[in-house]
Every structure is written in structure tokens, then in C-alpha cells.
Design a binder for this molecule. Structure first.
Ligand SMILES: Cc1cc2nc3c(=O)[nH]c(=O)nc-3n(C[C@H](O)[C@H](O)[C@H](O)COP(=O)(O)O)c2cc1C
Length: 186
């Protein structure tokens, strides 16, 4: 059965993580979940008190971010790809420079070395030259940088609708099946 990793780092946009988890569950794609310490804080700041717990309930497995001995730290583990949603500039930098300094960045590196899809919902605004250079580096290594920018052309009726569309697009980019994100129809 198809299994992916959802990494959640501490950029603003915790609701992106929850939307990805809900969409993966809806598509019946099993996922391993890794949440950074900073992400736990953004969840507290940006979401309802039960949002983190609700997201965790959808995961097939939850890993501590320090657990660098988890199965997903190894390329031998059967995984089809990974999404980091949202992806902080710190996590982006760690991936770009191959730090592998926690389970989230290690698992992302594993996707790159195994040539599997890695989709980074990198969120910051505005961007420094360091951010841009790190985005270039990860793109050169095969990752897809997908800033969580709303599809304005679809006229989303709410922030939730815009976020759900971004999550669906990110999951489509894993190319695990037919695309499900709402598309532009001229
Ligand atoms: C409320 C809040 C919002 C933040 N938003 C962002 C953001 O949009 N982008 C970013 O790169 N960092 C953001 N940060 C800072 C990161 O959380 C911080 O750099 C942290 O060290 C990232 O750690 P991680 O990559 O291990 O999750 C935010 C922090 C807080 C508390």
C-alpha cells in the first residue's frame, strides 16, 4: 500500500498541515507524521486547541522529531514521497545543505537520495537571498518548491477553500494517482 511522509515545520500556516493530512486520509493514502517543536507552537498560535490532536489521529504513525532511528530515517523503508507543509526557512536551509539534523530533515534528505518526490510548501515573505538560494539548491537536488500561494484564479470562497486547494495540489505533485486538485477551466 502507498505510504508517504507528512513533515510539519514551524512556518506560519499550520492549517496547511491539517489540510494535507485530511486530504491524504480522504485519498486513503497512509502517512507517517513528523512535527517539529516550532510547528507545535504555530499550531497553538494559529489553530483551535484540538487541531493538532485531530491531525495526529489521521496519521498511520507519529514519530518524535528527535527519533533519528525511526524507520523513515532509512532509504530502505518503503515510502513513496514526502510533503513538508508548511516548510520553514530553517527546515528549507537544513534540507538544502544536507544537515539531516532531526528526523524531519533526515527523512527529506532520504527522499532526495532515493530520487523520490519531495514537495516543500516553503512559506516566508518577503524572501532573503539566502531563502532564494536555498530554494534553488533543493530544486537542483530534485525537490519541488511549492510556496503555499492561493489559486486566486479559482476565486476561493474562503481561506479554508484556498488552503484545501493548495493541499490537494501538493499531494497531486507526489504523482501517486490521478490529480484531484481543482483545475482552471477556461
Ligand atoms: C507564529 C510563528 C510564525 C512563524 N512563521 C514563520 C514563517 O512563516 N516562515 C518561517 O520560515 N519561519 C517562521 N517562524 C519561525 C520558525 O518557527 C523558526 O525559524 C523555527 O526555528 C523553525 O524551526 P523548524 O524548521 O524546526 O520547524 C514562525 C514562528 C512563529 C512562532
Amino acid at each position: 500500500m502507498t505510504r508517504v511522509i507528512l513533515g510539519v515545520s514551524g512556518a506560519s500556516g499550520a492549517m496547511l498541515a491539517r489540510a494535507c493530512a485530511q486530504d491524504l486520509a480522504h485519498r486513503q493514502i497512509l502517512f507517517d507524521l513528523v512535527i517539529s517543536h516550532a510547528a507545535r507552537r504555530t499550531f497553538e498560535t494559529e489553530c483551535t486547541p484540538c487541531a493538532l490532536e485531530e491531525m495526529q489521529k489521521l496519521a498511520a504513525r507519529i514519530h518524535e522529531v528527535e527519533d533519528i532511528g525511526a524507520g523513515i530515517a532509512s532509504g530502505s523503508h518503503a515510502i513513496s514521497g514526502m510533503i513538508v507543509a508548511p516548510c520553514s526557512m530553517r527546515t528549507l536551509a537544513a534540507i538544502a545543505h544536507g544537515f539531516d539534523d532531526n528526523l524531519l530533515t533526515r527523512a527529506a534528505s532520504v527522499q532526495l537520495k532515493e530520487r523520490r518526490p519531495l514537495v516543500l510548501l516553503a512559506r516566508e515573505a518577503p524572501l532573503t537571498l539566502a531563502h532564494l538560494r536555498n530554494m534553488t539548491l533543493v530544486t537542483e537536488m530534485g525537490a519541488i518548491v511549492m510556496p503555499p500561494v492561493p489559486a486566486f484564479y479559482l476565486n476561493p470562497p474562503s481561506l479554508e477553500a484556498a488552503v484545501n486547494q493548495i493541499a490537494a495540489r501538493a499531494i497531486d505533485l507526489l504523482r501517486l494517482g490521478p490529480g484531484r486538485a481543482e483545475a482552471w477551466v477556461p
